[in-house]
Design a protein around this ligand. Structure first.
Ligand SMILES: *[C@@H]1O[C@H](CO)[C@@H](O)[C@H](O)[C@H]1NC(C)=O
Length: 527
């Protein structure tokens, strides 16, 4: 070790000692106007506060009484960005909207971010020259633009992903995954893939890469330059290129775990923390619901389509059929439904709001009827409850397909014959014990980790802060261009060598042959 190295090591040690156990200032960026994404952001904030950090939280869901070390920055304006009728059950059933379109999604997410950043509260935050942060945690949701926030404060960035690791996000810290055995985020295929599925997966990657190249990269780069670059300049720095900024995250923490996702190989800077949003202490059931569930001799069916999709948007005839069908069940039904219904059968209880985790943890719960959102699926696995999935959009199809594959779920399609199909499925799941057994088995896998996911989250946050961005976790693949990874340069050299060799060989051969020929011809003449 030379003197310079010693000084560097000393400085690092001093920094670690100084920062260890000390509160850091963390900016959490979760502008998505969706309750489930809000729940994920809230979970991050809760763990950071418990670990003693000072948190600034950009969220559309304002806290009524924020705890002492939390400052919320209100971006509820984003709630108006996504068209109100975009995610109603009826509009999806009648196919009046297409939510799986990737170009539309990226465009939409950029709009959401723009609206968030342009709100007065965020402008005030970003404009304050005295404001400093030790870390930015931003949700990755089909947009790389939020990386620009970390560039303003010149601090490390951690992406939080709401779903299992996938090629679009992994390429930000490593490289796209191999489509032969890892599927796109919107895909419903489960590896192993057959020939057509593999072809389809590579086509998806190529298609999206092309769209990025001709359109979406430019869109995002302009958003970065417009939204964040001025603040960087204001702090007297040259704004880095968007490409550098978006590939500069220290880590990705994904809200998934092998209990609910494919066991793919992952870079060191990616960690699974699925289930961290669930309150470890558990929440108590309200007295009335507790009494209902305690007394349910034939078990309870819990039916909830999540917080984005409201059951009240279902077409009327479906509501009527469902209510009639649920009345014929021997189980007690808890139906999370946002409006009052008439002629509710005696075994059906309508809940305007449902304490989902507490309901799922009750021993009398027999089955969870869900839209198959990742949070609901994760919670079902956490509490070991079998599910019936009625997927409606985006990753729900994939989640339900995977749950079915794992043997603890059945899928029912959202259609005008929903009630009849659902009845069959409820009968199957509650009378055949294999679904519940499988759910318990996965629940065991989900919990059998060295540390709880919330502890792991805090660990990596602290690690990234104390090591100033954890550069030692960075994947070397990030700095190697595509042609080098594929050895296209070596292939080119080999081809050139081969061609050159062939030319030389031909020349030599021609020379030798013509000599032979002339000598044999000479012999012939002599004869
Ligand atoms: C990348 O992140 C590090 C911290 O992890 C930061 O110091 C650096 O300025 C960032 N570079 C760019 C180009 O954003």
């Amino acid at each position: 070790m030379n003197v310079m190295d010693r000084v560097k090591v000393f400085c690092l040690l001093v920094r670690i000692v100084l920062t260890c156990g000390e509160a850091s200032k963390i900016l959490v960026v979760f502008p998505m106007p969706s309750r489930s994404h809000g729940n994920l952001g809230d979970g991050v904030v809760r763990h950071l506060l418990n670990a003693g950090h000072e948190v600034t939280y950009i969220t559309p869901f304002v806290y009524k009484n924020p705890p002492p070390k939390l400052r919320t920055v209100d971006v509820s304006a984003t709630l108006d960005v996504i068209p109100k009728d975009m995610m109603t059950i009826k509009s999806i059933m009648d196919r009046t909207i297409v939510v799986e379109n990737i170009g539309f999604l990226i465009y939409m997410m950029t709009q959401v971010l723009k609206t968030a950043v342009e709100t007065e509260s965020v402008q005030k935050l970003l404009n304050d020259p005295k404001e400093e942060f030790d870390l930015v945690i931003a949700e990755w949701m089909f947009s790389d633009v939020p990386a620009g926030v970390a560039a303003i404060y010149d601090c490390p960035l951690i992406w939080l992903s709401s779903v299992e690791a996938h090629w679009m996000i992994l390429q930000l810290i490593d490289q796209p995954t191999n489509p032969a055995y890892t599927v796109d985020i919107m895909s419903t295929y489960t590896p192993p893939l057959n020939f057509w599925q593999r072809a389809n997966e590579i086509w998806t990657q190529v298609k999206i890469k092309f769209l990025n190249f001709v359109w979406l990269d430019g869109l995002q780069e302009r958003a970065y330059k417009e939204l964040f670059a001025p603040f960087i300049t204001k702090r007297g720095k040259q704004p880095p290129s968007f490409d550098d900024v978006r590939h500069n995250a220290s880590m990705i923490l994904s809200n998934a775990y092998v209990s609910t996702s494919v066991a793919q190989s992952l870079p060191q800077s990616h960690k699974y923390i699925g289930g961290y949003h669930i309150e470890e202490k558990g929440t108590a059931l309200p007295e009335d619901i507790k009494k209902i569930m305690d007394n349910a001799k034939n078990g309870v069916v819990y039916f909830s389509m999540g917080s984005n999709l409201q059951s009240k948007d279902m077409p009327d005839e479906i509501k009527r059929d469902l209510l009639k069908m649920l009345g014929t069940l021997k189980q007690i039904v808890l139906w999370k439904f946002e409006e009052q219904l008439e002629n509710v059968p005696s075994n059906v209880h309508i809940l305007n709001w449902a304490p989902q985790q507490a309901i799922l943890s009750h021993p009398n719960l027999a089955v969870f009827v869900t839209h198959g959102g990742l949070l609901s699926t994760t919670e079902a696995v956490h509490f070991g409850v079998p599910i019936i999935g009625i997927p409606v959009f985006a990753d729900q199809f994939m989640n339900v397909a995977k749950s079915v594959n794992r043997g603890f779920a059945l899928r029912v399609d959202l259609s005008y014959s929903l009630a009849a199909e659902l009845k069959k499925a409820i009968h199957e799941v509650t009378s055949n014990s294999r679904y519940a057994e499988k759910a318990k088995e996965l629940s065991y896998i989900h919990h059998d980790r060295p540390v709880k996911p919330g502890v792991e989250l805090v660990h990596w946050v602290n690690h990234v802060i104390t090591t100033r961005g954890a550069p030692h976790l960075r994947s070397p693949a990030l700095h190697v261009p595509f042609y080098q990874k594929m050895y296209l340069d070596l292939a080119a050299v080999l081809v050139i060598l081969f061609l050159a060799g062939r030319v030389v060989l031909k020349k030599v051969c021609a020379a030798v042959c013509s000599k032979k020929k002339s000598s044999t011809e000479g012999k012939k003449k002599n004869n």
